[in-house]
Unconditional design. Structure first.
Lengths: 237, 533
């Protein structure tokens, strides 16, 4: 099985990351996350142990001055793929609850119909339907957790990339020059855990709004600032 | 019809900021437009309302559910239309159009000329009677027009269009605009007057009607209308008519009827089928004539304009650089007739698919050579048609067949369960499906150059779709479980104003490494090119 590079089947050890600091996966330990790194993305610190961050850069045609570059202080985690903070898991799963409920209802209905056809006993239909619904709910929640573990974002010199999905994987790249405007939203659950959702609007049709859910709030703000600086630059010329 | 003093003159040359009015007859068109919204409810009220009252009392104002109440509504609407005429004014500034409107809450809208992507001038029969036109100004991304001027005198409308054209042509003195102007003058030295790029003669329009399926769509609409629950259309009527016709030709003798029936029915059936086909084609031709009669595509400077229509004329124009993506189609019938269609995506007017207001169809029917020349004229930077097409690895043809094959298998399983061996007949289609998939895989091509991204798909109906690199908005790399098993990936390229129905700008079944490389190259290229749209 060939995967996208870096191999998403090999996610960073989430347990290693302290709950409050999602930077360690990206930045070398001696560089405080907030400080400007002052390095070009290609000179990213030697990879975090688990990620093949350099591999993803390998395919890029090496170019000279990348212009107009995103300010160095904005390259959160340089060129590496960043996971969502571990504390975002409950919020992320809660966000997918409608899908989970739908799946639960469907599997519950399927189980009860099958039971009723087979036994035509109301009591057993009810019990098996309930069991089916619970099973569906559990499956959906498990899928959400897996999806959470497979959601990554990256800001490099070219723009923002988002990678998501497990069975159906996709990677969306929005060049910074194509950003129209940015939304930062914080729901009540997100406020409690210092999270934010970033929506990047483009002029496209299929990807007119690219969402990065449940980012660390500080990361989200830095992403927004970095990408909106690019918008300003475009308007100036 | 007397113009308000100097309307057309003022719009013409010197930019003035003095507020101007719409055409004095505009209240009529506003009223009609408003009435059209209420037309169906009104008719329903009249028709259904009457059915419900058994006594058939004459219309009167006495009853609370009188049929005359709608008339009062019409009067109110008429009064508000007149009022709107007196409150709507527009002025032309140095580089923006200002529109003041609003009956109770007043609003002032300032539309910079540089932001207007699409100018559409529409003239129905009634408009032509009064010598007026309704003008729509559309900017990118908005579903509704920035301004809908209902109505201006035709002179004022054309002058306004020319004004927008001049302003976007002269444009801001950026390097980009200069480069564009240079490339324009290189290919078309005659910037002065309009250059006709394409004019469809009557013969071509009739041919287009014959090739198209517009009649079928119209017929579908008629059936859908008849199926409305309120109408209670008697679906048995056609059959009873046929039977009556049969009886009239043969007579009432049951025996003769029974004997003659098979042959007669077959003849009748064939006749009806032929008549229906001929009628459909005629309907198609008639609709095409209505819509496309006198189709002309002209270019003036960097702005291209399409004019079309027999009874109601539509004139839409956009700047050449607003073209977001191109689609060339060649359905089977078109290929037999050696013709193609050429359409473009346009960021403006996204909300009105197929309304004909925004410029989407660049050429409804052209020969392949003409299509290539048009594209070369309008987008010389792409180098079309000299594009280096690349093939996809042919070993994945079975994946194109897989969805249909899976449906066929399920179908024959289900049928086989009920009917036995006869139910397995759908499986006979499998070789056909496989062959079609093979042909499609063999014919599929893609190209990524330093100026455009293009895909070519299809076997019976062939489509080419491409966009200039500058017009790409986002890049998506996606992999299904099957993709991962086969080591392939799909590259989606997003452009503005793309319709979900048309062929996507997507390279499927690419080897994963190649897809990754392309995505990297494209992302980097986009990061260096500012968005211009």
């Amino acid at each position: 099985m060939t995967e996208f590079r870096p191999d998403p089947d090999d996610p960073p050890a989430r347990g290693e990351a302290p709950p409050s600091g999602e930077e360690p996966a990206a930045a070398p330990p001696d560089v405080p996350a907030d400080l400007p790194e002052g390095t070009s993305p290609a000179a990213a610190p030697p990879g975090p142990p688990t990620r093949a961050g350099s591999a993803s850069q390998g395919g890029l045609p090496a170019s000279g001055p990348v212009g107009p570059p995103i300010p160095a202080d904005a390259t959160v985690g340089a060129s590496d793929w960043n996971p969502l903070p571990a504390r975002a898991l409950p919020v992320f799963v809660a966000g997918e609850l409608p899908f989970a409920v739908l799946l639960a209802l469907m599997s519950g209905a399927a189980a009860s119909v099958l039971t009723f056809v087979a036994t035509s006993s109301v009591g057993r239909t009810f019990a098996q339907g309930l069991a089916g619904a619970l099973l569906g709910l559990g499956w959906a929640l498990w899928l959400s957790v897996r999806r959470f573990a497979r959601t990554f974002w990256r800001l490099d010199a070219h723009g923002l990339s988002v990678r998501e999905g497990r069975l159906w994987q996709r990677e969306i790249r929005v060049p910074a020059t194509r950003v129209q405007h940015l939304d930062l939203t914080r729901g009540p659950l997100q406020r409690g855990r210092d999270l934010a959702t970033l929506v990047v609007h483009t002029a496209g049709s299929r990807h007119d709004a690219v969402t990065v859910p449940d980012l660390d709030a500080a990361d989200a703000e830095r992403l927004r600032d970095a990408l909106s600086r690019q918008v300003d630059r475009d308007l100036d010329d | 019809m007397t113009d308000p003093a100097g309307t057309s003159d003022a719009v013409g040359d010197t930019p003035t900021d003095t507020p101007q009015r719409l055409h004095p007859m505009s209240w009529l068109f506003v009223l009609l437009a408003q009435l059209r919204q209420y037309l169906i409810p009104l008719i329903a009220l009249f028709v259904l309302g009457r059915k419900d009252s058994p006594g058939r009392a004459p219309p009167s104002w006495d009853r609370w559910d009188s049929e005359l109440w709608p008339l009062l509504g019409v009067a109110v609407l008429a009064a508000s239309s007149v009022w709107r005429y007196f409150t709507y004014g527009y002025g032309i500034g140095q580089d923006a159009l200002r529109i003041r409107s609003g009956v109770l809450s007043r609003s002032l809208r300032i539309i910079p000329f540089a932001r207007i992507h699409n100018v559409a001038i529409e003239q129905t029969l009634l408009h032509r009677l009064f010598g007026v036109a309704s003008v729509r100004l559309e900017s990118a991304g908005s579903e509704r027009p920035e301004a809908e001027m209902r109505v201006l005198s035709m002179d004022a409308a054309i002058a306004l269009e020319a004004l927008v054209r001049r302003h976007t042509t002269v444009g801001p003195p950026s390097a980009v605009a200069d480069a564009q102007a240079r490339s324009t003058s290189a290919t078309a030295p005659a910037v002065g007057g309009p250059v006709t790029l394409l004019r469809l003669p009557l013969r071509e329009i009739v041919l287009q009607g014959l090739l198209s399926n517009r009649g079928l769509i119209a017929l579908g609409a008629v059936f859908a209308a008849l199926a409305q629950p309120g109408l209670n259309f008697d679906w048995g009527l056609p059959w009873r008519l046929t039977e009556r016709l049969l009886r009239r030709t043969i007579g009432e003798d049951q025996g003769a009827l029974a004997r003659a029936e098979p042959l007669l029915l077959a003849t009748y059936g064939a006749l009806v089928l032929v008549c229906a086909l001929v009628a459909l084609r005629l309907l198609s031709v008639a609709l095409t004539l209505l819509q496309d009669h006198g189709f002309t595509l002209t270019r003036e400077g960097r702005r291209i304009t399409v004019e079309r229509g027999l009874v109601s004329r539509v004139r839409a124009s956009i700047s050449r650089r607003r073209i977001q993506a191109w689609t060339v189609r060649e359905p089977l019938l078109h290929r037999l007739a050696h013709r193609r269609t050429l359409a473009i995506d346009n960021a403006a007017g996204a909300g009105e698919e197929g309304s004909g207001h925004t410029l989407r169809e660049l050429a409804p029917l052209v020969t392949p050579a003409q299509a290539d020349r048009l594209i070369h004229d309008l987008a010389p930077a792409t180098g079309w048609p000299a594009v280096e097409w690349r093939r996809l690895p042919g070993s994945h043809w079975w994946r194109r067949a897989a969805p249909v094959a899976a449906v066929l298998l399920l179908l024959s399983l289900g049928l086989g369960w009920h009917l036995g061996a006869a139910g397995l007949l759908p499986l006979l289609l499998l070789p056909l499906v496989a062959w079609a998939a093979r042909r499609k895989a063999e014919l599929a091509r893609w190209a990524v150059t330093d100026s455009l991204v293009a895909v070519k798909e299809g076997w019976l109906e062939r489509t080419w779709r491409f966009a200039e690199l500058d017009k790409l908005q986002a890049v998506e790399l996606s992999r299904s479980p099957i993709d991962r098993g086969c080591g392939t990936a799909t590259l989606w390229l997003d452009t503005a104003g793309a319709s979900g129905l048309g062929p996507p700008l997507r390279i499927a079944y690419l080897p994963a490494a190649e897809a990754q490389r392309l995505a990297d190259i494209l992302t980097e290229a986009l990061a260096h090119r500012p968005l211009r749209w």
